[in-house]
Design a protein around this ligand. Structure first.
Ligand SMILES: *Cc1c(COP(=O)(O)O)cnc(C)c1O
Ligand SMILES: [Zn+2]
Length: 433
């Protein structure tokens, strides 16, 4: 891979090495994710003094309307990244939801409308595929719980890369179709995500493909930092007091933290103690369990929950997520499947945002933490909504009511309206008694 060597050394890049999170050993910027000495995960290291000297709020604001406005903080050398409009999603002031929960200043970071495939995974894949191209890969792949396959297939199609993705065979119809439509090769594996992931590790070793979340994982995961940068920029170059985000592998959670740290380090925002709280589903809550038990290791579980997109039983970054929740005085909580459905409905009814099961988990955990007094009403709180409800319709089928079927006549309409108002009154009386 001589092209890789040529690319990694060129230009004004501020990323300088892969560094082991455990022992600190450094490696060349290649397609590699595990330390050869201690098997710890590798992370991209940057030259922060160069960043401090070159990046300003103004230089960022003059950049593209996408995650690529933060390119100096991302592990790619090219000035011409794959830009499909990913990122810069709305940060919505959620007053009605805040009132319902008893908070004063709540925001929703709405990646349910991220481009191009309506989940936060478009961020990590835009970065991973740009890096894959730089490293000379022509075929890209992933082990996915659904959204990652959607993103990888779509962005590979845009970039003209060959694509083969691996998913568990029992995914929601919207997630499967939302991958197939881009015509990648799709392997539906008869097993859970952790089995899919194990298979993919073997394939990655023998096929020379760029697996965005395996051999390209150090680059891929950096894409999630943009969820931190954007919130800081959208709050007027300030950090919030408290964030609540979902946990699957734990990567997203740790990278929001890294994003805040980096902006502080280079002087783009003032340093602040931000509390980090994580959300899991009861049916797959290995990190929440370790948190509750006061353990600093994660015991893998077999997932069983409607929140399939975050159903990772053996989370690669779980211990780092635990550490961040603890040292920031945050929390990690889990909620049941019925609470997840309630969370989806609550966000829809109060804010007009239809999220998938991962977002329902985040809202339900947010509610649980407020009720337990673990989020102060005065805190500026940001809840990260990471995916779109149209992709997991099965989860709320039968819980959202039915339309009123009427004849195309005014009196039929009026009778139906009267009926629905009576039902509403009855509903309210039930609430009151
Ligand atoms: C993948 C995913 C997550 C969490 O990702 P990790 O970085 O593995 O923790 C959260 N929400 C949605 C919708 C996802 O698809
Ligand atoms: Zn190491």
């Amino acid at each position: 891979m001589t092209q890789a060597i040529a690319n990694q050394t060129k230009t004004n890049a501020t990323f300088r090495a892969l560094k082991c999170k455990e022992c600190g050993a450094e490696y060349e910027l290649q397609a590699m994710h595990v330390c050869e000495y201690c098997f710890g995960p590798l992370e991209v290291a940057y030259d922060y003094s160069a960043l401090r000297d070159t990046v300003t709020r103004e230089s960022i604001q003059k950049g593209p309307h996408s995650i690529w406005r933060y390119r100096p903080f991302l592990p790619v050398a090219t000035d011409n990244p794959i830009d499909v409009g990913t990122g810069l999603t709305p940060l919505v002031r959620a007053n009605r939801l805040a009132r319902r929960l008893g908070l004063k200043k709540l925001y929703i970071k709405n990646d349910a409308v991220n481009m191009p495939t309506l989940s936060f995974k478009d961020r990590v894949v835009s970065v991973a595929l740009t890096r894959a191209r730089e490293l000379g890969f022509t075929t890209v792949s992933c082990a996915s719980t659904g959204n990652l396959a959607n993103s990888t297939a779509a962005i590979a199609a845009h970039a003209g890369l060959d694509c083969c993705v691996f998913i568990p065979a029992d995914l929601e119809a919207g997630k499967v179709l939302g991958t197939l439509i881009y015509s990648p090769t799709v392997m539906a594996v008869q097993g859970n995500y952790d089995q899919v992931n194990r298979l993919c590790s073997e394939v990655a070793n023998t096929y020379g493909w760029g697996f965005v979340n395996i051999n390209l994982r150090p680059y891929y995961s950096e894409g999630s930092k943009t969820l931190g940068y954007e919130v800081a920029e959208q709050l007027g170059w300030e950090l919030p007091d408290h964030v609540v985000a979902p946990l699957a592998s734990g990567s997203l959670f740790t990278k929001i933290y890294k994003g805040f740290q980096e902006f502080t380090e280079v002087g783009l925002v003032e340093g602040k103690h931000v509390r980090f709280s994580g959300a899991q589903a009861d049916g797959c809550s290995p990190i929440a369990q370790a948190y509750r038990d006061g353990k600093d290791f994660i015991k893998p579980v077999k997932p069983s929950t409607i929140a399939k997109s975050i159903a990772i039983g053996n989370p690669a970054d779980g211990v780092y997520a635990l550490d961040i929740a603890r040292k920031t005085n945050g929390n990690i909580e889990s909620v049941s499947d019925p609470e997840i459905i309630e969370g989806i409905k609550l966000l829809a009814e109060t804010e007009g945002i239809f999220t998938e099961t991962a977002g329902g988990t985040t809202i339900a955990v947010l509610k649980k933490l407020v009720e337990a007094g673990k989020i102060d009403p005065e805190e500026t709180t940001v809840a990260y909504i990471t995916g779109n409800g149209l992709k997991t319709q099965e989860a709320v089928q039968g819980y959202a009511g039915e339309p009123l079927t009427i004849e195309p006549k005014l009196d039929s309409f009026e009778r139906a309206l009267e009926r629905s108002r009576t039902l509403e009154r009855l509903d309210w009386q039930q609430v009151l008694v």
